[in-house]
Design a protein around this ligand. Structure first.
Ligand code: AP5
Length: 228
């Protein structure tokens, strides 16, 4: 009985430590902008992120890249992830958030801001991120027709020296289906912090709108910091 009480107290203490650590991380992360980058496969998320990094020096974390790194490691986990990605489905929330959280933890010290590319892809991913990491300041949604997205991915695949395993017509269709199934719920839930951008235009025209939105977030952060 005494042993059980001791074990329960230890468990409670460990849970409280974990909570305190998560709160500490959330507080630290809230000082710098966190921006979610949303949009279907091939809409131009990665392209715009590269330009944002160049201008603002933010840390770019693409969930697709984090998952592909894990696949490349050849681990058992990587093999399981590859099967899901090749089917065009979504990897489990826990798996993605834990990769993301680790990467944020590694980069946090010197980061000027985080671009979380390809996340959330499902409503609960957003809810869990904000509970376990920090609230997002802004979500940029790059809106694009399916036809354009398919054309862009096929062109990227044709030009690539190493083609991505999921850049084939069947998997693209399945990725589009997964995207269509989950996106409205995300946009509804995060309506207030989402800016929808027409991504059917020239890369630089799209970027002008991106810059306006990010400048606005930075200004608000500065104002909030001055009030503290
Ligand atoms: P991920 O790697 O994120 O792929 P994706 O969302 O399908 O997006 P892409 O990387 O293919 O395209 P992009 O929007 O970045 O476009 P890009 O800039 O390259 O995810 C892969 C898989 O991982 C998922 O299917 C899922 O299985 C899993 N996964 C990832 N995140 C997950 C999560 N959160 N939860 C669960 N599972 C997850 O542009 C494409 C092409 O178009 C390029 O050639 C580019 O040069 C060109 N282009 C870009 N913009 C323009 C423009 N304005 N005009 C003309 N051409 C343009």
């Amino acid at each position: 009985m005494l042993f059980m009480c001791h074990q329960m107290a230890m468990k409670k203490e460990a849970e409280e430590k974990l909570k305190a650590e998560e709160l500490r991380k959330a507080k630290a992360a809230s000082d710098i902008p966190i921006i979610w980058i949303l949009g279907g496969p091939g809409c131009g998320k990665g392209t715009q992120c590269a330009k944002i990094v160049e201008k603002y020096g933010f840390t770019h974390l693409s969930t697709g890249d984090l998952l592909r790194n894990e696949v490349e490691s050849g681990s058992d986990k990587g093999r399981a992830l590859q099967a899901v990605m090749a089917s065009g489905g979504l990897v489990s929330n826990d798996e993605v958030l834990s990769l993301l959280n680790d990467a944020i933890g590694r980069a946090r010290g010197g980061s000027k801001g985080f671009l979380i590319d390809g996340y959330p892809r499902e409503k609960n991913q957003g809810v869990e991120f904000e509970a376990r990491v920090a609230p997002a300041d802004l979500a940029l949604y790059f809106e694009c027709s399916e036809d354009t997205m398919v054309k862009r991915i096929m062109a990227r695949a044709a030009a690539a020296a190493v083609k991505r395993a999921d850049d084939n017509e069947a998997t693209i269709r399945s990725r589009l289906k997964t995207f269509a199934l989950n996106t409205n719920a995300i946009l509804e839930l995060y309506n207030e912090k989402t800016l929808t951008i027409n991504a059917e235009r020239d890369v630089d025209d799209i970027f002008l709108e991106v810059v306006q939105a990010i400048d606005c977030v930075l200004k608000n952060k500065q104002k909030a910091a001055a009030l503290c």
